[in-house]
Design a protein around this ligand. Sequence first.
Ligand code: 4AD
Ligand code: MG
Length: 480
Amino acid sequence: KQTIKEILKDYKKVLHHDITVYGWVRSFRANRFIALNDGSTINNLQIVVDFENFDEEIIKNISTASSLKVIGEVVESQGAGQSVEIVAKKIIVLGDNFTEELQSTILQPKKHSLEKLREQAHLRFRTNLFGAVFRVRHAVSFAVHSFFNKNQFFYINTPVITGADAEGAGEMFGVTNFDLNNMPRTEEGEIDFAQDFFGKKTNLTVSGQLEGETAAMGLGRIYTFGPTFRAENSNTTRHLAEFWMIEPEVAFNNLEDNIDLAEDFLKYVIQYVLDNCKDDLEFLDKRFEEEQKTKPEKERAKEGLIEKLGNVIAKRFKRVSYTEAIEILLNSKENKKGKFVYPVESWGADLQSEHERYLVEKHFECPVVLFDYPKEIKAFYMKLNEDNKTVAAMDVLFPGIGEIIGGSEREARLDVLKQKMADMHVDEHELWWYLDTRKFGSVPHAGFGLGLERLVLFVTGMTNIRDVIPFPRTPKSAEF
Ligand code: 4AD
Ligand code: MG
């Protein structure tokens, strides 16, 4: 069986032969031209139906979205915009029954129906838009593996069920093997949620980093790529309760090496998508342009989607310390005129996404890497700098997105790490296995985490993170 993508690409091989194709009808014009799509590409294959040779019943059942098996001869096309078409000899309608409303949704999912489509598992994947988005998502994932493989990293699978809270932020979903007849009980007879996974307290992982660090301490360069879970109740267009994270960890790297790696990595993946997803990107580019027209002039993007991707890889990312960034924000017109929802008051403030986006979109007008954050606002495992006030943290900020990557050089000194854990109320007994890496042959090392969906959001130009993951998990949706 050949996909439509293959047929269109290598049509010379099958020219004047009879072939069988399968797909869904995108349109049926003049009872004669079917635009058939099988999901392999945004492009349709034209099927020419000589309706006089076909049973009327069959023709009647062909409409937008119905599914077909078609046998016919491949011929060169007379029409503009396509090299080849199929002259149908036999058509079998595999499924129909699409109402007009469903048909129009498939062709043009509008803003309000993007939300509706999240609740319609069967429709979402049949639209041109989500077809393009998920093909690009696939290409991004593939490029991630390709980048690391080329650079001699090993792919390590870290556990989904773990006893660790890698970020120390307490935003975990607990895991339980409920046996309703035999629940663990406290002495008072209450259900004991602290002993849920065969007698131990466990949760879904928030990050594979800590396990990744232990692997890097033997294998040198590793990366994880798996689902991670955050029980933060944030209903934003940038947060999911379940998202996929890519986390490289490298022995002997310092903060600067880490920033270089993050920049090279992002640019590689974006370039890969530009090189390999041309048709889908052109489709998304048009959609993006249409969407801009619906916005007030001030909020419109200055560049097209493809143009934006090209510009991001062309320039070196701007590297700015947290301290410099705070100065810029304190002196900004926005801050002075009270335009930020969260005014920046002094050094030490945690940056909100409005501040990150000001730096990227208004001040520097390019991706920005912020580094050396105050230790109080970052995780316990980050290396304490000599000033005793900041840690060797880095966040990569992207236009339209805000934080796309967060990472750091790690605290490799056992005594300093233990002190930081104590200060931040992270239980060192629970992380005994992690502390072992600092007891035995500790080395400097660094890593970061990229949220896959934030990158897919960026390259597809979509606006809501729920629309770039096949089955979004948010506080409101977890049914299928
Ligand atoms: O900044 P975060 O929380 O860092 C970590 O988890 C580190 N352990 C990573 C490391 O150093 N190995 O998350 C990293 C990235 C963010 O920059 C963002 O892209 C994404 O993960 N992210 C989310 N994406 C979607 N929904 C959420 N709720 C996210 N939380 C973080
Ligand atoms: Mg972060």
